[in-house]
Design a protein around this ligand. Sequence first.
Ligand code: FRU
Length: 512
Amino acid sequence: MNKVICLLLIIILPFGFLKAQDTVDQGTYHEKHRLQVHFSPKAHWMNDPNGMVYYEGVYHLFFQYYPGGTTWGPMHWGHATSTDLVHWQEQPIALYPDSLGYIFSGSAVWDKHNTSGFGLNGKGPLVAVFTHHNPNAEVERKNDWQYQSLAYSNDSGKTWIKYAGNPVLRKPNSTDFRDPKITWYEDGRKWIMTLAVKDHIEMYSSPDLKSWVYESEFGRDLGAHGGVWECPDLFPLEFEGKTIWVMIINLNPGAPNGGSGVQYFLGTFNGKAFVPLHKETRWLDYGPDNYAGVTWDNTGKRRVLIGWMSNWNYANVVPTVGWRSAMTLPRTLGLIRVGKDIYLTNNPVKEIKSIESRSVTINRITTNMALDMLPSLEKLSIPCKLEVELSRKDDFSFTFSNDQGEELLVGYERETKRYFIDRTRAGDNSFHSGFAKRFFAPDIAGDGATKLVLVMDKSSVELWSDNGLTALTAVYFPNAAYNHLTWRSRKSIARKISITDLNSIWERRDSR
Ligand code: FRU
């Protein structure tokens, strides 16, 4: 062989090899409906996010996972990692079912001071606290079948050892007793566990994560109770120089738009009891597809929540093949004042900037307009992000549509003062009778100028308005990609609409 060619091959071959390895397997992450800017596992069933902890520069995301099929089954903890909350790398399964049962939802913390004694060489371990759900005990209607257990890792979350003393917390005659969320309460130098117990939350405390003492309960007579309370979270946020505690409570069914949803309370917490600042029920997201949302541990003052982008009403039957369900975009939580009241806000994490590409801005649009016909836009491509500045709130809508006549609407109704997402004719809705619907969210902020952010992915839409005061998340299943976008308005004036293409997160696979 010619020496020059030989040399070239030596230089090129390793890159070719790397490239082939780095590229996503043919087909995977390119399937019809596969989300391009949201995490979903390569294959099989996923539900709740679990064990989220930030450690040594890596965001860990565990999740309820059934590797044996695409419907709910014996639960494992799947695992994915990211250095930027945007690009995810799936890891080997972290926890398998065992003689105590399936591995249900829970959380993970960095036990910095090695209070548990599970650490090695003076280094604090990662500790996962989860619910063991014993299906045999459930069938036999034993005294209890959900108990709290521990596992720990001394290799940065790669491998996990279950604690020999499991379970660490059980309660006879309490059959809905699950989803422990742990936080370190610095003032009392102790761990706090928030636990969902059917129609209320119970709080326990511990010096070492192994022995737990009952502290108090919350919520029997407050909030929405159309179903079972699940997956709670409790954490502080700084606001106007004060600390406000946020209690997140997931509920299924009974959400404002049917099925599963996330409600929250703001209040105070003294290491023992949570006292709410308001009595009315509030929702973190009014859409049908944001459930089991909880936050990352160990992210300092910043709190980031991620939810499961589905609804128990139809999660098992949505028309995806080989995989089922994705997570929402991670969202930064904050507080905002509206009149005398304080509300929780959620907005997509700033890191999604890293996948933004071509952006087109259209100024001052009043009349109805097919935006995809504008020479500046050329073509609509999904995933994308829309940012809209409105000078006042009046009837308006965006219609995303395809050449098969399917359409998804996002807009505002002046008369009822509500935002909406309408997926009635958005695509396949044959799999569940209640799927084709228009979903509403109240306009908490009221009149005036506003800004909306919309993230459209292949089969999901997320809307944030008024700085994240109102959020609506919904999935939809079009039979062809949407390639048209129309703006319709009566009196609303869009001062500015920016449409930004988003790169697929699966094209770059160098995050840990
Ligand atoms: C919430 C939930 C949790 C439970 C898990 C089981 O979606 O029902 O309460 O731990 O899912 O997969």
